[in-house]
Design a protein around this ligand. Sequence first.
Ligand SMILES: [Zn+2]
Length: 196
Amino acid sequence: MRSIEKIIALFRKFPGVGPKQAERFAMHVVKSDNGEIESLCRALRELKQSVKYCRICFNLSESEVCEICSDESRSRRTICVVERPQDVQAIERTGTFNGLYHVLHGRISPLSGNDFSSLRIRELVERVSSGKEISEVIIATNPSSDGEATALYLTKILKNRVGKITRIAYGVPLGGDIDYLDEMTLSYALKGRVKI
Ligand SMILES: [Zn+2]
């Protein structure tokens, strides 16, 4: 395989990268100077060596226990369950959650019949069962059919182990128009209505 084809094939393995984009990336590499490529290679190697998963919540971490889990000022009573490490970042950016997280690393997909044994569900169950101070599990999986299936499954296996299980609300986007919403979003927004 010619080196250009080899690099295109490698870029194509990245999520969301199609053939055209992979080709553009490869051309960018060809045009870049040696220094730039060297620092890219170094950064990739460093990333791979230093970033691992937190042994408690499975978020990305450069140490055995991540910064969130080791932060004493955070509440140990609430665990927010998300699909991916990026979701932790998104919730952290809101600045409104002060509990801990649990990253599943995927979701259950009943239609594609995926094998979900690689998800960190067993670790979540162990964590909830052994953590006496945990009073609430918030399920923040994506609002998709797979995210819903995952939420239902987690509710079933956790319900006798923790006092309260909640699901993040779906709703009308801020600044949005009700008549532009799809039926699904609007019906979830109605079901999840709150008293004001
Ligand atoms: Zn952690």
